[in-house]
Design a protein around this ligand. Structure first.
Ligand SMILES: [Zn+2]
Length: 374
C-alpha cells in the first residue's frame, strides 16, 4: 500500500490573532510564571515571550492581589507588548483539596481588574483517581464557571475555556457542551500535568495526549474563526514541538524554573542536564564539550566560566539557570515558527527528536497518527 504523505507542517499553522487589542503571534511557548521574590522575569531580557500567570498564586498574597488589581498585571510584570494569560488556579486549589475554598467570582474579578489578555475559566482538572460521580460534578462546575466568565468579562480580555477528559471521547463531549457558551478565540486542553507526573515517564501517556491534541484540533477546525489551541503544562519543550505538530498553537511550561531549582540546565536536542555532580538528581551531566549558548547569561563566555555561573548555589545560580532555560525554550519556539513559515516543521521535529532515546518513539507515534487522520 502506498504510504500516505503527512503535511510537512503536520497540523501546525502560523497565525496572528487579535487578542485584547494586541497581535498574538503563534506558535508560541508561554513561560509559566509564579510570583516569588527570587523568580527571574526572562521577558525583560528576551523579547516576545508570552507569559502564563496564576490567580491562585496572586490571591494568596493580599497585597500583591491589590497591587495587580490597581496597576494591572502588565505593569506589575514589566510587560510591554507581550501577551499575558492568567490561569484560574483550579489545579492548585484541587491539589490542595481546597476546591470548596475558591470563589469563582473572586478569580474572575481579579482577571478583569488585572487587565490580563487571556483569562482561563476556573476549571477543576479531573484526576484519574476521581469517582465518576465526583468527575461529573466538577465538570458541571467548570462549565458553569466558563459561562459566568463569559457573562462578566466585558473589557477585551478573552476567555479561554479548557477542555478536560481522560479520553478522546470525553474531550469531544466536553467540547460539545462548551461550544454552546460562546465564541472563543483560544481554547485549552488541561489536566495533562497529573498525567505527566506519574512515577516514571512512559510513552503511552504521551500517546494519549497526542490523541487528544489531534482530536481537539479537528474539533476546533469545525468552528468559525480559526481558534487557537493551548496546551497546559507540556513539561519538556521537545514534547511541545510534537504538540505543535499535532495541531497546538500555544504551549506552556513551568519546567524552565523547576529545572533551575534542581540545578538542571537545558541543552537543545538533549534535554535537562545537571550542572554539577553534587546535585542529587539522577540525570546525567551537561555535555560541556558540545555546549554552546548565546543566552544573556552564557553569551561570549568561555565554557569554564559558564559552568561556574551555572553551578553557583543560592539565588544567583538559580536565576542564571532559569534565564538560560527560558532562553533555550524561546529559541526552540522561534525555530518552530521559522520551520512552519518554511513548511518544514516535520523535518525540524525529526532533526531534534529522531535520535532522542525517549521522544523518538513519540515522534513516530505522532507521524503515524497524522497519516491516519489525513
Ligand atoms: Zn545560556
Amino acid at each position: 500500500m502506498a504510504q500516505i504523505v503527512v503535511d510537512p507542517n503536520g497540523l501546525a499553522r502560523e497565525k496572528v490573532t487579535q487578542i485584547n487589542g494586541k497581535k498574538f503571534h503563534t506558535p508560541t511557548m508561554m513561560l509559566t510564571y509564579s510570583f516569588r521574590d527570587n523568580n527571574p522575569r526572562p521577558w525583560l531580557a528576551i523579547p516576545n515571550c508570552s507569559v502564563m500567570t496564576n490567580a491562585f498564586d496572586i490571591l494568596r498574597n493580599k497585597r500583591l492581589a491589590k497591587r495587580i488589581a490597581t496597576n494591572g498585571i502588565h505593569s506589575e510584570l514589566g510587560l510591554t507588548n507581550e501577551i499575558c494569560a492568567m490561569d484560574s488556579g483550579g489545579f492548585q486549589f484541587i491539589s490542595k483539596g481546597e476546591e470548596e475554598a475558591i470563589n469563582p467570582e473572586e478569580v474572575i474579578d481579579l482577571q478583569i481588574a488585572s487587565g490580563v489578555d487571556i483569562a482561563v475559566g476556573l476549571d477543576y482538572p479531573l484526576l484519574p483517581n476521581f469517582s465518576e460521580e465526583k468527575a461529573a460534578i466538577l465538570a458541571k462546575k467548570s462549565i458553569a464557571n466558563i459561562q459566568m466568565a463569559v457573562k462578566r468579562i466585558k473589557n477585551g480580555t478573552e476567555v479561554m475555556p479548557v477542555l478536560h477528559g481522560n479520553s478522546v471521547a470525553e474531550i469531544s463531549n466536553y467540547f460539545t457542551k462548551v461550544k454552546k457558551l460562546g465564541e472563543f478565540k483560544i481554547w485549552g486542553i488541561g489536566g495533562l500535568v497529573p498525567q505527566m507526573k506519574q512515577s516514571f515517564p512512559s510513552h503511552k501517556r504521551y500517546f494519549k495526549i497526542i490523541d487528544k491534541v489531534i482530536r481537539a484540533r479537528e474539533l476546533l477546525d469545525s468552528l468559525e474563526g480559526n481558534p487557537l489551541l493551548h496546551i497546559f503544562g507540556v513539561g519538556s519543550p521537545l514534547a511541545g514541538l510534537l504538540f505543535l505538530l499535532a495541531g497546538a498553537d500555544s504551549i506552556e511550561s513551568i519546567s524552565w524554573i523547576m529545572n533551575a531549582k534542581y540545578f538542571l540546565v537545558y541543552q537543545d536536542k538533549i534535554g535537562a542536564r545537571k550542572v554539577s555532580k553534587q546535585t542529587t538528581m539522577c540525570t546525567t551531566s551537561v555535555q560541556w564539550d558540545s555546549y554552546s549558548c548565546s543566552c544573556p547569561v552564557c553569551k561570549g563566555l568561555p565554557i569554564d566560566q559558564v559552568e561556574e555561573k551555572m553551578k553557583l548555589r543560592g539565588n544567583e545560580g538559580f536565576r542564571n539557570r532559569a534565564l538560560h532555560n527560558a532562553f533555550i525554550y524561546q529559541q526552540i519556539a522561534a525555530e518552530a515558527t521559522k520551520a512552519i513559515e518554511e513548511n518544514t516543521l516535520l523535518s525540524l521535529c525529526r532533526e531534534k527528536l529522531e535520535n532522542h532515546r525517549f521522544f523518538k518513539g513519540i515522534l513516530h507515534y505522532t507521524i503515524d497518527k497524522l497519516q491516519k487522520c489525513r
